[in-house]
Design a protein around this ligand. Structure first.
Ligand SMILES: *Cc1c(COP(=O)(O)O)cnc(C)c1O
Length: 356
């Protein structure tokens, strides 16, 4: 069990008012978690402290060579008052996979989960209670050696911050239009696409701006080699329902292995829906949209859970998905995953962790 020192703030902030829309990532709670790492000493000095600025040497390696990683998960307040996390053990595992790729030291999985639980418990009053609200949890690690040479850092900070967030869909699931990007790429096999790190996000911004200018809300990324196979949509994984079969790009080294993706695949298989993880080409989508066999398209990720797609734009073609509405399977997956997360549906898979 990770030993965590808890230092509470003397000056708690005012909790957001009941009518605050809690715009994503704008409000932060009273406390944060920090733990330090030093080669030879390992991870040490785990503590929950008042939310405060991080003071670093301007030569700190994270500023120059991007050696950093992050995670994203949520805590939910169930109707009976319990505080629930959804598959935080998977975030811990993914942290270590990311860390391996980025030469950041491993963190014991139990310590990661204990740190999340300790911080959420300290700031439990900040978990919003209105329907579809939650407390977003952002763990991250930064390289802190004050050194301009290029090598992995010998010192790190593992930090967790919390942010109460409003409903992703204030008026219910809302289909989005997506732009299939054939110029910029997000990631390539052998690169860092399967690691959750800022470098992939900065690589995506120019295309995201371009899509916005064209009136599309998200970018659909193609593979970096042939620019032919679908990878992800924005910072979500993507699924297609074609002739009754659910198809999603297989994890190929440049796709981020989403926990929502994994949950959706498991649920579909339990329901007897055939799921194929394989390569999906733009040509196949084009055909399926044209001959009417493209039944549903949706993105998956922690923020939106399920994000239905109504239109796909590729070069000069606009493909409409069915009637542009919300598919039956998309809605069922949304209701089931959010029901499990909020304790409205009983969990028999070991996915829901209670914070006590
Ligand atoms: C985090 C992330 C996802 C979604 O992962 P979840 O675990 O489902 O939230 C998908 N793609 C990218 C690029 C991501 O960073």
């Amino acid at each position: 069990m990770l030993s965590i020192r808890i230092e509470k703030t003397d000056t708690p902030k005012q909790l957001p008012a009941a009518d605050n829309p809690l715009k994503f990532g704008t409000i932060f709670t009273d406390h944060m978690f920090i733990m330090n790492y030093e080669t030879g000493k390992g991870w040490h000095d785990a503590r929950v402290v008042p939310y405060q600025p991080v003071v670093l040497d301007p030569a700190a390696m994270v500023f120059h060579y991007g050696q950093e990683m992050f995670e994203g998960l949520k805590a939910y307040r169930a109707a009976d008052g319990r505080i629930l996390l959804f598959r935080p053990d998977m975030n811990a595992k993914r942290t270590n996979n990311t860390n391996r790729r980025l030469c950041i030291p491993q963190i014991p999985e139990e310590d990661f989960v204990d740190a999340v639980k300790a911080l959420v418990k300290t700031d439990a009053a900040w978990i919003p209670t209105k329907p579809d609200t939650s407390l977003y949890i952002r763990p991250f690690i930064i390289a802190t050696d004050p050194f301009l040479g290029v090598r992995p850092s010998d010192t790190y900070q593992f930090i967790i911050i919390l942010s109460p967030v409003g409903p992703y869909y204030p008026e219910g699931l809302d289909p989005v239009k997506i732009w299939i990007e054939d110029d910029y790429v997000r990631a390539i096999r052998g690169g860092i696409g399967e690691a959750k790190t800022g470098g992939n996000y900065v690589a995506s911004m120019a295309a995201q701006l371009k899509a916005h200018e064209e009136g599309y809300s998200q970018v659909l990324w193609l593979d970096g080699v042939e620019r032919k196979y679908i990878e992800e949509v924005g910072a979500m994984n993507i699924f297609f329902k074609i002739s009754g079969t659910v198809v999603t790009p297989m994890l190929n080294g440049s796709i981020l292995p989403g926990i929502t993706r994994d949950s959706v695949i498991s649920l579909c298989r339990e329901w007897g829906v055939l799921v194929e993880e394989r390569r999906v080409s733009v040509d196949e989508l084009y055909e399926a949209a044209k001959n009417g066999t493209m039944e549903e398209v949706f993105g998956t990720g922690t923020a939106a859970v399920i994000s239905p797609v109504s239109h796909l734009r590729f070069k000069d073609h606009v493909l409409q998905v069915k009637d542009g509405g919300i598919g039956e399977l998309s809605q069922k997956l949304y209701d089931t995953v959010t029901g499990l997360q909020r304790g409205q549906i009983e969990d028999h898979r070991g996915w829901v962790f209670e914070v006590k």
